[in-house]
Design a protein around this ligand. Structure first.
Ligand code: SF4
Length: 351
C-alpha cells in the first residue's frame, strides 16, 4: 500500500497539485490549507465544508500529519521541553518553549542530531541521524502546548538549520504565508554556525532575523570549539555579512558562549570588537552549561559582566542572555535525545 503523505508541511502550490491529481474541485485547495494551517484541525474528517465523498478521496492519499509530544517537562521558570517521536525509526527530537512576559518563543529543531560536532553542544555529541521534513519542523510549531499563543520561533534547537535548507525554508514560507499563519518574518530567527553557500542564499531568499554562532573571534580557537570553522571560516562569514545591506530592519546578532579561561579574557573582547567593527549587530553573551563529559567550564558572572561592559563601551548592543530551563536540560546546547533513544529501544526490546 502506498504510504500516505502529510498535508501539514505542504505549501499551497503543492496542495493545489494534489487537488488536481485527485480530481477534486479547484477551490478545495485553499479550503484544505485553511483547515490545516489556520483552523489547525488534526483530522481530515473535521473539514466540514468539503463533501464526505471528497474527504474520503483526500484521506485515501493524505493525512494531516500532526503528532503530539510524547513527553513534556516543565522547568521551575516556566520553560517547557517537549519530546517528539519523528517519522525516522526510533528517533526523537526535542523542542523548547520559553515564556517571557507577553512573549512565548519556540526553539525549534531542524535535524535529528547534528553533523557539526561543536565541542560544547550535547546535540553535536549525538551524531547525525537525519534531516527533519517540513512536516516534522512545522509539527513542533503546531503541537507544542500553547501552540496558538506562540509569538516567536527561533531555529536554535537540535541541528544546523542551513544544513537542511530546503525543508527549513519551506517551513518558513508556510509560517509567513497569507494562507497559513501569516507571521511577519521578524518573528522568526535562524541561528547558524555560518554554512557559507546556504547563508548567502538565506540572506537573499528570506528576511528573517539571523543569529551567528560565533564563540571565538580567533580562527584557530574557533576550529577547536567548532570544527566547521575549517570549512566556513569566521572571517569569510563576516565578509559576507559586511557585503549585505542591513537596512531592511532585519536583525543580525552574534551568539557568544563564554568558557572560563578559554574565550573570556579582555584580549578576546578586543579581537571581537576588531572582527565585528562596522557591522550593525547585537552580541549575546551566553553562560555555558557544563555537562558530565565536557572539559569546558562556564565563565563566572563578574567576568561576563566585564566582557559585556567592554563591548558596550565600544558601541555594541551587548546582553548577557538569561539562562532558561537549565533544571530540565532545556538550556542552550543541552538538547539531546541520546539517552531517550536508548531508553525507548530498551523499552521496545522488553515489550
Ligand atoms: S551548536 Fe548547533 S551546529 Fe553545533 S553541534 Fe550543536 S546543534 Fe550542531
Amino acid at each position: 500500500m502506498e504510504e500516505k503523505q502529510y498535508l501539514l508541511g505542504m505549501p499551497l502550490a503543492e496542495i493545489k497539485e494534489a487537488v488536481k491529481e485527485l480530481d477534486l474541485p479547484k477551490f478545495a485547495a485553499s479550503q484544505i490549507a485553511d483547515w490545516v494551517y489556520v483552523k489547525r484541525v488534526t483530522s481530515i474528517d473535521e473539514m466540514s465544508n468539503i463533501s464526505l465523498k471528497n474527504r474520503a478521496i483526500l484521506k485515501s492519499r493524505f493525512d494531516i500529519g500532526r503528532v503530539m509530544p510524547i513527553e513534556v517537562q516543565t522547568s521551575t521558570d516556566g520553560t517547557k521541553k517537549m519530546l517528539f517521536e519523528t517519522h525516522h525509526n526510533n528517533k526523537f527530537i526535542e523542542s523548547v518553549t520559553i515564556p517571557d512576559n507577553d512573549r512565548l518563543t519556540l526553539c525549534v529543531s531542524s535535524q535529528i542530531g547534528c553533523k557539526m560536532n561543536c565541542e560544547f553542544c550535547m546535540t553535536g555529541r549525538m551524531g547525525f541521524s537525519g534531516n527533519l521534513s517540513t512536516n516534522e519542523i512545522l509539527n513542533q510549531v503546531y503541537s507544542v502546548p500553547d501552540a496558538e499563543n506562540l509569538s516567536n520561533v527561533v531555529f536554535m534547537g537540535m541541528g544546523e538549520p542551513l544544513d537542511n535548507y530546503d525543508n527549513v525554508m519551506k517551513a518558513i514560507e508556510i509560517l509567513t504565508a497569507d494562507y497559513a499563519l501569516a507571521w511577519s518574518p521578524k518573528r522568526i530567527t535562524l541561528s547558524t554556525i555560518g554554512v557559507l553557500p546556504k547563508l548567502k542564499r538565506f540572506l537573499e531568499e528570506s528576511s528573517c532575523h539571523l543569529a551567528i554562532s560565533l564563540h571565538s573571534p580567533l580562527s584557530e580557537q574557533r576550529q577547536l570549539l567548532m570544527p566547521a570553522e575549517k570549512v566556513y571560516p569566521i572571517e569569510q562569514i563576516v565578509d559576507l555579512l559586511h557585503n549585505y545591506d542591513w537596512t531592511h530592519q532585519r536583525r543580525l546578532s552574534f551568539e557568544y558562549i563564554m568558557f572560563a579561561g578559554v574565550n573570556d579574557s579582555p584580549i578576546y573582547a578586543r579581537r571581537l570588537v576588531k572582527l565585528l567593527a562596522g557591522l550593525n549587530c547585537r552580541i549575546n553573551l551566553i553562560r555555558f552549561h557544563a555537562f558530565p563529559e565536557s572539559l569546558l567550564q562556564p565563565s563566572d558572572e563578574e567576568t561576563m559582566i566585564k566582557f559585556r561592559d567592554y563591548l558596550t563601551s565600544k558601541g555594541f548592543i551587548c546582553t548577557i542572555r538569561a539562562s532558561r530551563g537549565e533544571d530540565i536540560f532545556a538550556a542552550c546546547g543541552m538538547l539531546s535525545t541520546m539517552n531517550t533513544n536508548r531508553q525507548k529501544r530498551k523499552k521496545g526490546e522488553k515489550s
